[in-house]
Design a protein around this ligand. Structure first.
Ligand SMILES: *[C@@H]1O[C@H](CO)[C@@H](O)[C@H](O)[C@H]1NC(C)=O
Ligand SMILES: *[C@@H]1O[C@H](CO)[C@@H](O)[C@H](O)[C@H]1NC(C)=O
Ligand SMILES: *[C@@H]1O[C@H](CO)[C@@H](O)[C@H](O)[C@H]1NC(C)=O
Ligand SMILES: *[C@@H]1O[C@H](CO)[C@@H](O)[C@H](O)[C@H]1NC(C)=O
Ligand SMILES: *[C@@H]1O[C@H](CO)[C@@H](O)[C@H](O)[C@H]1NC(C)=O
Ligand SMILES: *[C@@H]1O[C@H](CO)[C@@H](O)[C@H](O)[C@H]1NC(C)=O
Ligand SMILES: *[C@@H]1O[C@H](CO)[C@@H](O)[C@H](O)[C@H]1NC(C)=O
Ligand SMILES: *[C@@H]1O[C@H](CO)[C@@H](O)[C@H](O)[C@H]1NC(C)=O
Ligand SMILES: *[C@@H]1O[C@H](CO)[C@@H](O)[C@H](O)[C@H]1NC(C)=O
Length: 747
């Protein structure tokens, strides 16, 4: 298939720093100095599983230490983390030579320099149909008793989102620690830092972790708003769930810390893990998030991760393992409207979180910052407007050029500009974001930007103003897939459709450590930020609700319920669109937009037991050792009944069809979680260029939890020139629609 190589330029800025993700994996070893003691780097060391079983953690630790190079005692600390659950191995500070020597030792599987992973809502519960005292929220008891572990930048105790009003004490199984003195309560039950050199509590200097944690499980807070906008009652998706923060991100999110945090979280007894960070596409046996997540699902812990912010190009996902829920980002029906009005009377849609109430409605001179022909000026890069006359004017700046959206406004403001119109580049199309700008501003789509440029060209004295209209709800085209949301296919496993799901990730209001308006007299501080980092915790919270209402469901069952009930249309009943304002494809939406209430009652589920992944992993042609690293047991692929990737009992189909290949048949097993006596017949929305046949015609159940198997045969028609096409297999009963998305990739 064709993959565009264009990369969305990361936009660094005060706010977007954390939310727009860079997927590059930088081995720390390269970054460190190459001399003396400074040449020490953290390495992740995987060992062959020992024959015997260690009675105690301390024995395992002792065995790990026996692999460390001999140094003068007390000279330096080599061991960084000694892993107990997620992998057989440890993280240690080594020189490059020591690491090389260690690789050759008997019993060592692999030694690699640790990677650095990057960090990738008053209204969203309501938008997703969750209402107080009604339906699913009530039925799931708001996630009561469920523990959500969040790996992030830390947390802000004392914030009203983390108040424990109405919260029961943590369940007896909870073994975690909370190191905030006086800051912990029945809401925030765990808080530790794994960041190197940080001994104190996991304070959030960044904001990202406070925001994601409150989105997943924040308590109700009345009158939450930013600059008065989006005012309402804020709450997380699971407002009565407990939260545990595992701080893993300081300057970056180090792999050794992520692994250590997941190791601790599964031991502590979390039920759901939420990771709004990622490291790009990495083979599962080398991806510490995938490794940690596998151990988590073995213990029944659900793992939700952000898909990445590298869209809209294809093949840009992070966190692709099939045992992880991979979450893309979409808009909500709320916009914080800032309408640009031109001298010719034309008005357009635009957004800004900062809404000054004293901005004059009179027309001001309008200027295009790039009129001097300089790219830096067009992007309103820092220092680029020194020689441009912007004083008292409305300045049209272009998005991109590796400059933060808010920083562009700062440059306009610093040079005396009155306001900014920020126009998208072509790639970002119609996707706009309500940012906390530093001056009167509006963010508009690419075509609107072109119209404004055209107007500027058409007149000697172009003028414009911005009309601030505040919070506007009910946008019928919501949800839309936003431009930055990373897209499939999964580069590690073409036979699994990814992302799995989309959820709210644009202009999300949630808790923040400080006031972005410089108000100091309140702890009730909020901010609105965007990213798949924001959509991930929405799904983590929803998984907690499902866990609460269906304690016996496995992580795969919860995921299946979320996927097969997802919505394929927007509020207006039309297909979901992307940043081009045309129908979003399946590599953007996955199974569609999460519908929590429907997920609570899916009718059928596609279940997967942890050991079912072994034949799948062998089918990826991983070595026995690589599969063993993931599943933490000795594996012999030649004695497994290896399956093709697409044969995994996944709630979607991703089928590679070669020109000359024959037909391919896959089976699926569904479990009845609806009424005991129910029967389903199918409808197929056939992907263009593919013949699909399904057997049997009907599947019937007489008991709850009864399983039935069906098979689907796919064959490619002649003369297909598409890269891929998509369809849907729908099992329909009197009460339920079980949607199973299909993508056919033409090789
Ligand atoms: C809410 O759920 C409880 C049980 O958890 C039930 O007794 C009550 O009737 C429900 N309330 C509504 C309004 O559905
Ligand atoms: C704000 O939070 C701190 C804890 O960080 C707490 O001591 C203080 O009482 C809180 N203030 C208000 C007004 O709730
Ligand atoms: C937010 O809404 C509440 C309740 O409707 C109201 O009392 C409060 O003044 C509002 N705050 C702002 C900043 O609009
Ligand atoms: C505006 O004029 C400039 C300079 O002549 C030209 O390069 C640009 O394409 C024009 N823009 C539009 C949208 O017409
Ligand atoms: C907040 O206050 C500080 C110090 O008074 C000031 O430097 C900063 O610009 C203010 N920030 C905003 C967003 O107003
Ligand atoms: C998107 O497309 C629809 C239908 O094609 C159209 O009605 C709508 O105006 C478009 N939206 C924008 C922002 O141009
Ligand atoms: C694994 O190897 C077999 C045999 O070479 C090949 O047919 C198959 O496509 C490979 N699978 C993957 C996922 O690469
Ligand atoms: C793996 O299984 C095959 C087939 O059962 C067997 O021949 C082979 O000896 C096994 N390999 C190991 C290392 O146990
Ligand atoms: C397939 O396309 C080729 C070239 O366009 C054409 O010659 C041939 O007749 C087509 N075959 C079928 C079955 O349509």
């Amino acid at each position: 298939m064709k993959r565009r190589s264009t990369k969305l330029v990361p936009e660094m800025g005060a706010i977007c720093l954390v939310t727009l993700v860079f997927m590059f994996i930088v081995p720390l070893a390269v970054a460190s100095k190459e001399n003396g003691e400074n040449s020490l780097s953290t390495y992740i060391v995987h060992l062959k599983k020992p024959k015997g079983v260690f009675a105690q953690a301390v024995d395992l630790d002792g065995w790990y230490r026996s692999f460390l190079p001999v140094t003068i005692p007390g000279q330096r600390t080599q061991m960084v983390f000694s892993y107990q659950n997620v992998v057989t191995g440890f993280a240690a500070k080594l020189t490059a030579e020591e690491a090389e020597a260690m690789k050759r030792k008997e019993g060592i599987k692999s030694v690699w320099p640790e990677k650095v992973y990057s960090l990738h809502t008053t209204h969203s519960p309501d938008f997703m149909g969750l209402q107080q005292n009604l339906g699913f929220w009530n039925q799931s008891n708001y996630g009561r008793g469920v523990i959500i572990g969040v790996l992030d930048t830390g947390i802000t105790p004392g914030h009203p989102s983390f108040s424990d009003e109405g919260m029961p004490p943590p369940p007896a199984k909870w073994k975690g620690k909370c190191v905030f003195e006086g800051g912990c309560n029945n809401k925030l039950i765990g808080a530790r830092s794994f960041v190197e050199g940080e001994v104190g509590p996991p304070a959030d200097e960044e904001g990202h972790g406070t925001h994601t944690a409150s989105t997943a499980g924040g308590n109700f807070v009345k009158g939450a708003n930013v600059f008065g906008n989006a005012n309402g009652t804020a709450s997380g998706m699971a407002p009565l769930a407990h939260l545990a923060m595992y701080k893993v991100c300081g300057a970056g999110c180090s792999e050794s810390a992520i692994l250590a945090a997941m190791d601790a979280a599964v031991e502590d007894g979390v039920d759901v893990l939420s990771l709004s960070l990622g490291g790009g596409s990495i083979p599962f046996y080398m991806d510490s998030i995938a490794l940690g997540a596998f151990t988590a699902i073995q213990k029944g812990v659900f793992v939700s991760c952000s898909a990445g912010n590298e869209g809209p190009s294809y093949g840009t996902l992070s966190n692709e393992a099939p045992w992880i829920l991979t979450v893309g980002a979409s808009t909500t029906d709320r916009s914080i409207a800032a309408v640009p009005k031109l001298g010719n009377g034309l008005t357009f849609d635009g957004e800004s979180l900062y809404q000054p109430n004293d901005f004059p409605s009179m027309l001001l001179p309008l200027v295009y910052s790039g009129a001097n022909g300089k790219a830096a000026s067009a992007f309103c890069a820092p220092g680029s407007l020194k020689d441009v006359d912007v004083k008292g004017k409305v300045v049209l700046c272009e998005r991109g050029g590796d400059i933060g959206r808010i920083d562009k406004g700062q440059e306009v403001k610093d040079n005396g500009g009155a306001a900014m119109i920020l126009m998208n580049d072509k790639l970002n199309g119609f996707s706009t974001i309500a940012d906390p700008h530093v001056l009167p501003a509006t963010h508009v789509g690419y075509e609107t930007g072109l119209s404004i440029q055209k107007y500027i060209n058409s007149t000697m004295n172009p003028t414009a103003t911005i009309i601030f209209k505040g919070t506007v709800l009910g946008k019928q085209t919501a949800p839309e897939v936003t431009s930055f949301s990373s897209r499939g296919p999964s580069l590690q496993s073409f036979g699994i459709l990814k992302p799995d799901i989309i959820g709210p990730g644009v202009s999300i209001l949630a808790a923040w450590p400080v006031s972005v308006e410089n108000k100091t007299n309140t702890n009730s501080t909020f901010n609105m930020i965007s990213g798949t980092s924001m959509s991930c915790p929405h799904l983590s919270g929803i998984a907690a609700l499902l866990k609460s209402s269906h304690p016996d469901w496995s992580p795969a069952a919860i995921k299946s319920a979320i996927m097969t009930t997802a919505s394929l249309v927007n509020l207006g009943g039309n297909t979901i669109v992307d940043e081009t304002n045309t129908t979003a494809d399946i590599f953007a939406t996955g199974a569609g937009h999460v519908n929590p209430s429907k997920a609570n009652d899916p009718g059928l589920i596609y279940d997967i037991q942890p050991d079912d992944y072994i034949p799948y992993l062998c089918g990826l042609n991983y070595t026995d050792e690589e599969v063993g690293t993931i599943v933490q047991q000795t594996v012999n692929c030649s004695s497994e009944s290896i399956i093709a990737e697409a044969e995994l009992n996944y709630p979607s189909f991703s089928i590679l069809l070669a020109e000359s290949g024959g037909s391919q048949t896959y089976t699926r097993t569904v479990t009845n979680v609806g009424p005991a006596s129910s029967s389903y017949t199918y409808e197929v929305f056939v992907p263009t260029g593919v013949d699909v046949s399904v057997k049997p015609e009907e599947i019937a159940f007489t008991e709850v939890n009864q399983k039935q198997t069906y098979s689907v045969t796919f064959s490619r028609q002649k003369n297909i020139s598409l890269p891929f096409s998509q369809g849907l297999l729908k099992w329909v009963s009197a009460q339920h629609d079980v949607n199973t998305p299909i993508v056919a990739i033409f090789e």
